[in-house]
Design a protein around this ligand. Structure first.
Ligand code: 0L1
Ligand code: MG
Length: 254
């Protein structure tokens, strides 16, 4: 078995069993290209189990996230159907190791999107925009990883909640975002923190998907990245994101 397949199985098993593993780069050094190959192979295992890809997430798209995690490169991961948490619904703590939540903007595609595009071309492929919450849950012990580790681990992505879709013409350049836990505000941010405008994350999503030979199809979702640092979650909490002009989205973890 190649090391790509070995580590793909390792991170996949950690994800489905919600058991933390040591950083895989401590066992074998590899680069970011190999890390994306591990990510692709681990997600392919899910797809083979009947859990299709429904979109992609962009990560480290804000200064706050880069500072929080001590990295400087933008990364991306794949979203699969089992990761969807219904807006207003529940998710189970037992599915995660040490989950965190972050406020994001999501795009719903109405046309295929791939390769090098301008912001206007990217927006032309969008059928709706919404506020969203990403649940991240590094499969590594203590949420500690190198860039290659986190890329191999699907950029820590483990779930996502999307609010009501709004018209794609909505100006996304400065959406005020408030994260509330159990009715108390715990984080404030602006969508401007996402590469200056989340549309830039969509342009990057088209490029990285094209480079990976992944086709972003109508109906797929692109998560643009976080507007603030992530907040750690505990069982029993109610998490609600309020976003100016985009309403809110929420879930409970039990
Ligand atoms: O911005 C992101 O979604 C990056 C997620 C990967 C790093 C992390 O676990 O915080
Ligand atoms: Mg994120």
């Amino acid at each position: 078995m190649s090391f790509i397949q070995k580590f793909a199985e390792r991170v996949d098993t950690a994800a489905i069993s919600a058991r933390a593993i040591p950083q895989i780069t401590q066992e074998q050094d590899f680069g970011v290209d190999e890390a994306y190959a591990i990510q692709a192979a681990s997600i392919d295992r899910r797809v083979q189990r009947g859990d299709p890809i429904v979109g992609i997430k962009m990560g480290f798209t804000s200064r706050a996230k880069m500072v929080q995690m001590g990295v400087s490169d933008l990364i991306w991961g794949r979203l699969t159907r089992s990761m969807i948490v219904e807006d207003g619904g529940f998710t189970e703590m037992s599915r995660y190791i040490h989950p965190r939540a972050e406020p994001e903007i999501a795009f719903l595609l109405r046309k295929p999107l791939s390769g090098v595009v301008t912001p206007l071309q990217a927006l032309d492929a969008v059928g709706g925009v919404a506020c969203a919450i990403e649940l991240i849950d590094s499969r590594y012990e203590n949420f500690k990883f190198s860039l290659a580790d986190v890329v191999a681990d699907n950029a820590s992505s483990s779930g996502f909640v999307v609010g009501t879709w709004h018209e794609p013409g909505t100006d996304l350049s400065n959406i005020g975002m408030i994260m509330n836990v159990d009715g108390r505000p715990v984080g404030y941010g602006s969508s401007a923190a996402i590469l200056g405008d989340p549309v830039r994350a969509l342009v990057s999503a088209a490029r990285v998907a094209g480079e990976a030979g992944l086709s972003l199809e109508p109906g797929m979702v692109v998560m643009a990245g976080a507007a603030t640092a992530a907040i750690a979650l505990e069982a029993g909490q109610h998490v609600r994101l309020e976003a100016s002009g985009l309403g809110f989205c929420e879930f409970r973890i039990r």
